[in-house]
Ligand binder design. Structure first.
Ligand code: GLU
Length: 289
């Protein structure tokens, strides 16, 4: 018998929620409702430099105003840093991570070398050129990032075929992690920092989706490209694999993706202008779920 459907809405409290978030939240909530399951709310506040308590408060307020509710307690990632540190430690013991002391400028300089191609875009920006690869974890200094050693990770998984199922319209079907695409477009991503116990998004999201029993990850299409990394981490950490659904992104009148700093589309702005939740929902539903 299939288990209960569990999905989540996982905003980062780094700005006010806008129409794009409403679309994401409603897609998740309606998915859960249709399946008789739950939609969890998770606060992804690991970026302590940008996360702000007032934005977190605004998330609860705006979602409640829209008529959405969620099971309590709400998980806040900033309270789970020890769990991510343990996962990072485990990956270290498996020999698939290394410390990296490169600055952004170092990486840019290495990438501008003529032998490097133009194909260096990954979900994290440039594919890391591998300068620190091979450094021992014991040599990890203050300020060092911990990176995944993609080649070692792939070798450890010994040619296993890693698949995931996607139900979002744009990419519906079964997907396979392609090692060559991973090498070309993703590379050695940052997973965290040991000295301050920080976890990067890829690690915390995978750990928490598993810990919360999420069966269906519903999120924006901008994260589709990150899914192979998540699938790889699930394989390494022996975590269950949810079904993924990447939905279309809401765009503004010029076709640009809505950004958090775009307060014109913030739910707060509509609320204060006297719009009703139904009007706000209709505003974004024009795009189709
Ligand atoms: N916290 C991410 C964001 O606000 C979403 C992460 C996810 O759904 O996997 O963009």
């Amino acid at each position: 018998m299939p288990g209960r459907f569990v999905t989540r809405f996982a905003p980062s409290p780094t700005g006010l929620l806008h129409l794009g978030h409403v679309f994401s939240a409603l897609t998740a909530w309606e998915g859960a409702q249709g399946a008789g399951g739950d939609c969890l709310l998770r606060i992804e506040d690991t970026d302590q430099a940008r996360a702000r308590p007032e934005y977190e408060a605004a998330i609860y307020e705006d979602l409640a105003w829209l008529g959405l509710n969620w099971p309590e307690p709400v998980w806040r990632q900033s309270e789970r840093l020890d769990i991510y540190a343990a996962a990072l430690e485990r990956l270290g013991q498996m020999g698939v991570t290394y410390p990296c002391r490169c600055t952004r400028a170092d990486i840019r300089a290495a990438l501008s070398a003529p032998q490097e191609g133009a194909e260096h875009l990954s979900p994290d920006g440039a594919v890391y050129p591998g300068t620190c690869r091979g450094r021992a974890l014991a040599d990890c200094g203050p300020g060092d990032a911990i990176r995944l050693d993609l080649e070692r990770a792939l070798a450890l998984l010994g040619g296993q075929t890693l698949i995931w199922r996607e139900t979002g319209r744009a990419h519906a079907g079964t997907h396979t992690v392609d090692p060559d695409i991973m090498r070309r477009q993703i590379g050695d991503v940052v997973l965290g920092r040991k000295d301050i116990g920080a976890a990067a998004y890829h690690l915390s999201v995978v750990v928490d989706d598993a810990a919360q029993g999420v069966t269906h990850v519903i999120r924006g299409e901008d994260l589709f490209e990150a899914t192979p990394i998540h699938r790889l981490l699930q394989a390494l950490l022996e975590l269950p694999v949810p079904v993924y659904h990447h939905h279309v992104l809401i765009r503004d009148a010029e076709g640009k993706r809505l950004a958090k700093r775009n307060d014109a589309c913030a739910i707060r702005t509509y609320r204060e202008a006297g719009r009703t939740p139904e009007e706000v929902k209709r505003m974004m539903k024009g795009e189709g779920l």
